[in-house]
Design a protein around this ligand. Structure first.
Ligand code: FAD
Length: 337
């Protein structure tokens, strides 16, 4: 099915694609987003776990830039956002080390995917739309995108909000050489994530989450329920394997990963009363080597890219929610001129 030509087609409705699309639409351009997922938000993800919600991607975000601070203030006033904590203790050498209060860590009580849902309001998004092929429009005026189900979409300009490996597999030949080389140099760490529903909260814990340094298995432990209504919320623990451990076990079967992450978590917390558990594998969780610019944009052909793998200039953003948003906003400022 051929649909009408839009000004911008955006592949990927992660935070960067949504940030771009919001500004492009506000400028009067017609914009359509395509995403293979069943919802928007990509790695800023919340899963239903029985009657509970669990954040199994990003746990929280910080807002250091002015624009995200304004968005966060508006979210606090509107009630869809809350300050979860102001810093996380570190688990190191077998002990929990508290750290001074810092920047607010924001998390929506209804789940992290409330953030992309807010950004998607009013935008045209096609979900369950896995893009399999991108070609130049034979008429020479833009781009044709084909999805796995046979649908095609046409746009004058194209924005790619995909992790680099997926971006290159779809569009390597369509990029200027320097851009392609820059993207080929980006690297990512994977993450295995465990979600465990508990019948009793972690004994004696008063932390919302723990970060780990140098741990052989863990990168983070989160008492996810502490974002959702305090002491009465049914307890859920989220455990992320470290990048190194997750890479070493990337192709392991989920059951053995679950056992290993649960054992590692209990070596920190003591015995846990687990009612139900699941694991999720993020093949591209967080970038370890960034693209050297905040986005790319080729005005000759009208193709661009944005995402958390782009260097937005702040070491504090790198590979995080804030980097993804900044990258999308900055690409929009360039591409809609
Ligand atoms: C386990 C984990 C924990 C994290 N913790 C934090 C945290 O606490 N704080 C923080 O700030 N950040 C955290 N992050 C990072 C944060 O989630 C990301 O930086 C941010 O969500 C990236 O957004 P993005 O738009 O760049 O990419 P993505 O969210 O990856 O968006 C890309 C989109 O492209 C879509 N897509 C891919 N291929 C196709 C295709 N062929 N066709 C159509 N659509 C396609 C995907 O479905 C996805 O929606 C974490 C990430 C993970 C995985």
């Amino acid at each position: 099915m051929q649909t009408e030509i839009t000004d911008f087609l955006v592949i990927g409705a992660g935070l960067a694609g949504l940030a771009f699309a919001g500004d492009a639409a506000a400028s009067g351009a017609s914009v359509r987003l395509l995403d293979k997922g069943r919802g928007v938000g990509g790695r800023t993800a919340t899963r239903r776990f029985g009657d509970l919600r669990v954040d199994h991607g990003a746990q929280y975000f910080t807002a250091r830039g002015q624009r995200l601070q304004s968005l966060a203030s508006a979210g606090l006033s509107a009630g869809w956002l809350a300050v979860w904590c102001r810093g996380l203790p570190l688990y190191k050498e077998g002990a929990i080390q508290s750290r001074p209060e810092g920047h607010p860590r924001y998390a929506p009580p209804s789940g992290m995917n409330a953030l992309p849902k807010q950004l998607a309001q009013g935008l045209e998004v096609a979900l369950s739309a896995t893009v399999t092929e991108i070609t130049r429009d034979p008429a020479g005026s833009g781009w044709v995108v084909r999805c796995a189900d046979g649908q095609t979409f046409t746009g004058h300009r194209l924005v790619l909000n995909l992790p680099p490996t997926q971006l290159l597999s779809l569009a390597a030949d369509l990029l200027p050489t320097g851009t392609r080389t820059g993207i080929q140099n980006v690297t990512y760490a994977p993450a295995w994530t465990l979600m465990a529903r508990l019948s009793k909260d972690v004994p004696g814990a008063n932390w919302p989450a723990l970060e780990f340094e140098g741990h052989p298995v863990l990168g983070l432990l989160s008492r996810d329920h502490t974002k959702r209504g305090g002491a009465d919320a049914p307890p859920v623990l989220v455990a992320n394997g470290s990048g190194e451990w997750s890479r070493a076990h990337l192709e392991d079967d989920p059951a053995s990963v679950q056992t290993a992450l649960l054992a590692a978590a209990q070596s920190v917390t003591g015995p846990l009363a687990v009612e139900e558990a699941q694991v999720h594998r993020w093949r591209y969780a967080q970038p370890t080597q960034l693209f050297e610019a905040p986005f790319f944009w080729d005005s000759t052909t009208g193709i661009g890219g944005c995402g958390d793998w782009c260097d937005t200039g702040s070491p504090l953003h790198g590979g995080k929610v804030e980097a993804a948003l900044e990258s999308g906003w900055r690409l929009a400022a360039e591409a809609i001129r």
